[in-house]
Ligand binder design. Structure first.
Ligand code: SAM
Length: 229
C-alpha cells in the first residue's frame, strides 16, 4: 500500500540537480561504508511502499550524518522532518548511550513505518517521535540542543532557525538540507517562488549572523552547516 504523503511538492528532493557526474557519485558511494541491514530494508520499503521516496537521505548523506553526530559528540539532537526515519536512525547511531534524538513530522501516516525501523535498529529508547507541525511543536520543547537537522518544508527554514537558535548550546550545530535547491539559489528569482526565496533568506541569515560560523557544502542538494560560537 502506498502511504499518501500529504504536504506539497515543496518538500520534494525530486528536483535534485547532479552537481557531480554520475561516475564520480558512484565512486563516492563505492568508497563509503555500506548501509547497515536495517537501513537497507528501510530504504527498500520506502521505495516500494511510500510516496516520494527520493526524500529519503540515502547512504552517502546518511553516513555523513552519523559521522557528524559522532564527531560533535551530540547528546541532544533535534530533527525537523522525519519522513520514514532514515536520517533519524543515521543521526541517532552517532549518539552515546545516554543521548536522545527528538524528531518531528507533520504526516501522521509515516509514524508507524518510522517507529518500526527505530525498533529494528534498537534505537527506539533514544528516539522521541513528535507528530505535528514543527513550528507548533518546537516552542514547547524544553531542550538544550547540541545538533539540529532541518529537513522539512523549505519555506519555513527561516522560521525554524528563529525557533531553535536560543535552544542551541554554545558550540552547538545546525545542518540544513537542500539549501542549493537544485541550483535555483543562483538563478534569477521568480518573485512567486516562495521556497527559493525562503532558502535564499535562510542562507543569507546564516552568513550574516554574528554568533555563527558556517560552511555550505555541495553534498547532494547542498548542506548548510553552522556552529554557534
Ligand atoms: C525531505 S522529507 C525528510 C526526509 C528525512 N529527513 C530523511 O532524510 O529520510 C521532509 C519531511 O518533512 C515533513 N514536513 C513537511 N512540513 C512539515 C511541518 N510543517 N512540520 C513537520 N514536518 C513537516 C514531511 O511530511 C516530510 O516527511
Amino acid at each position: 500500500m502506498k502511504i499518501n504523503l500529504a504536504p506539497s511538492s515543496t518538500n520534494l528532493k525530486t528536483s535534485k540537480m547532479d552537481f557531480i557526474s554520475k561516475e564520480l557519485d558512484t565512486y563516492c558511494n563505492d568508497h563509503t561504508s555500506p548501509e547497515c541491514e536495517v537501513l537497507r530494508e528501510l530504504n527498500h520499503e520506502t521505495h516500494t511502499s511510500v510516496l516520494n521516496p527520493r526524500m529519503l537521505s540515502g547512504n552517502l548523506q546518511g553516513q555523513f550524518l552519523t559521522m557528524i553526530s559522532r564527531m560533535v559528540r551530540a547528546k541532544c539532537i533535534l530533527e525537523i522532518g522525519t519522513y520514514t526515519g532514515y536520517s533519524a536512525i543515521c543521526l541517532a547511531k552517532g549518539l552515546p548511550a545516554d543521548g536522545v534524538l527528538h524528531t518531528i513530522d507533520v504526516n501522521e501516516e509515516l509514524e508507524d513505518i518510522a517507529q518500526k525501523y527505530f525498533k529494528k535498529a534498537k534505537l527506539e529508547h533514544q528516539i522521541v517521535q513528535h507528530i505535528g507541525d514543527a513550528s507548533e511543536i518546537i516552542p514547547n520543547l524544553n531542550l538544550k540542543l547540541d545538533l539540529v537537522f532541518i529537513d522539512a518544508d523549505k519555506k519555513n527554514y527561516p522560521t525554524y532557525f528563529d525557533l531553535i537558535i536560543d535552544k542551541l548550546n554554545t558550540g552547538g550545530w545546525i545542518i540544513a538540507d537542500n539549501v542549493l535547491w537544485s541550483g535555483k539559489v543562483i538563478e534569477e528569482l521568480d518573485p512567486t517562488d516562495m521556497v527559493t526565496s525562503a532558502l535564499l533568506e535562510y542562507n543569507q541569515r546564516i552568513q550574516n549572523h554574528p554568533q555563527l560560523e558556517n560552511l555550505l557544502l555541495p553534498i547532494r542538494d547542498g548542506l548548510m552547516i553552522c556552529r554557534k560560537k
